[in-house]
Design a protein around this ligand. Structure first.
Ligand SMILES: Cc1cc2nc3c(=O)[nH]c(=O)nc-3n(C[C@H](O)[C@H](O)[C@H](O)COP(=O)(O)OP(=O)(O)OC[C@H]3O[C@@H](n4cnc5c(N)ncnc54)[C@H](O)[C@@H]3O)c2cc1C
Length: 419
């Protein structure tokens, strides 16, 4: 397999670019593996990569029903941050940031990580107090944060309406200066290529239709390409978690599936230097390298497995965008799409062994699983390899919902549509 470098680009250019090999193989499924991961999204692929690279477990298959990047890993708005308040989330997402910083180098694939800063706008003095508290908490956990007043916000982000006559006047904001974006599908392709190079089989167009059991133990899966046995089976199917777990006989999980939409405008010259979020509603916007504004807001307010959304959220989200940046009212919307979110009841993830013997579960990513991709794979691989959690995911259990040890970051309770 070619190692990507300036030299390999030059060499291939001189040879008419005929020697490039596919980034990953298209193998036939083997009858058995040491580990199967169901779901070839970001989390499944990163888990396979870290199983092989950190734990020496290379007899692994990632089973994906569609093509790589067809799920949320290729549908998100690419925001990467660790501006959390509660210790388990703060430590976990900061580990992810640490991995993001080195990811292109470690995968030998440019994931276009861009630490341009994430700015949360505040619109009331009360919100400034809350942000001051969160910023202090972030610093205590070793995460960078800066509380900005209105003038500092205006200098950082000149396109914003910071006037007193704005519909929701801006008081200031909380900045995580080293957070930002990465290119979503490059993350899938980079992990896939690196895992494949270490011997992992990536089985696209292979749908899990059932589980193989010996007594109560899961010993593999049924697929549209036949049975595949495995000593350990990981489930990382995000918005399809309830449907896939039902195939194993697990009927109830603290997860609801809901659509989240993303929107992209026509391209314009650089105007938003940071990821910027609206504090008087729910909107996040950044600008892609091609110049389009990439933005999103709330989930659609009903449960669904359809990867498309509805017009009321378009109206809500675009009106919030225009409240912050009035000039954007003149832009045309280029495209939109939806993805299925696995919303947990406390807004925090689940990375755990179980709930059945031989099975491991990775789910509950809500709005924020893209930024978690590296740490999620890191911790899930550790959990599968060692049959016990990593220190960073020991609190992300299923039992916490039974035992009342919720990790309720936003204090919203069991109301997934608010998380
Ligand atoms: C519009 C939108 C915007 C978002 N914005 C952000 C953001 O800015 N920042 C952020 O951190 N997060 C964001 N997210 C969330 C993030 O994208 C997800 O939490 C994360 O990608 C989920 O993990 P994944 O990549 O493994 O999921 P997926 O890519 O969905 O992977 C799951 C895979 O499982 C496969 N699968 C399902 N059933 C089966 C089966 N029976 N057999 C085999 N395979 C199966 C699916 O085909 C899918 O490819 C956003 C999500 C959406 C939809």
């Amino acid at each position: 397999m070619t190692r990507y470098s300036a030299w390999s680009i030059l060499k291939n250019a001189l040879k008419g670019n005929k020697d490039w090999t596919p980034a990953w193989r298209k193998p036939e499924p083997k009858s058995s593996y040491d580990v199967i991961i169901i779901g070839g999204g970001g989390h499944g692929l990163s888990t396979a990569f870290y199983l092989a690279s950190q734990h020496g477990i290379t007899n692994v298959a990632v089973i994906e029903k569609g093509y790589l990047g067809s799920g949320n890993i290729g549908r998100n708005t690419t925001i990467v941050r660790s501006n959390y308040r509660l210790t388990p989330n703060s430590q976990f997402y900061e580990k992810s940031m640490e991995l993001w910083r080195e990811l292109s180098h470690n995968l030998n694939y440019n994931v276009m990580f861009s630490p341009r800063g994430v700015l949360n706008l505040a619109h009331t003095p009360g919100q400034m107090d809350t942000y001051a508290e969160r910023g202090n908490q972030m610093r205590l956990m070793g995460v960078k944060s800066e509380l900005l007043d209105r003038d500092q916000v205006a200098r950082l982000n000149p396109g914003l309406d910071v006037s007193g006559s704005a519909r929701f006047p801006i008081e200031g904001g909380l900045l995580q200066p080293d957070a930002g974006n990465a290119r979503h599908d490059a993350v899938a392709w980079g992990y896939a290529r690196a895992a494949d190079q270490l011997g992992v089989d990536i089985l696209e167009n292979t749908e899990v239709t059932g589980f193989l059991k010996e007594g109560d133990r899961i010993v593999g899966v049924e697929t549209n390409r036949g049975e595949i046995r495995a000593a350990k089976t990981g489930v990382a199917v995000a918005g399809s978690t309830s449907r896939v777990m039902k195939l194993a006989g697990v009927e109830k999980l603290p997860i609801e599936s809901t659509v989240l939409q993303a929107f992209v405008s026509e391209s314009i010259k650089p105007i938003i230097p940071t990821v910027t979020t609206f504090g008087a509603g729910h909107l996040y916007v950044s600008q892609s390298d091609k110049g389009g504004l990439v933005f999103g807001g709330n989930i659609d307010y009903y449960n669904s497995y359809a990867q498309r959304g509805n017009l009321p959220v378009w109206e809500e989200v675009t009106s919030e965008l225009v409240a912050m940046f009035p000039n954007f009212a003149r832009l045309r919307l280029l495209r939109s799409w939806g993805g299925i979110m696995d919303m947990s009841m406390d807004g925090s993830p689940i990375i755990t062994a179980g709930p059945l013997d031989g099975m491991y579960l990775n789910a509950g990513w809500c709005y924020g699983g893209f930024k978690a991709t590296p740490a999620s794979g890191w911790c899930f691989a550790h959990t599968i390899a060692n049959d016990k959690p990593h220190a960073l995911n020991k609190d992300f259990t299923l039992d916490r919902f039974k035992e009342g040890r919720m990790i309720d970051e936003t204090g919203r309770g069991p109301t997934p549509w608010y998380h």
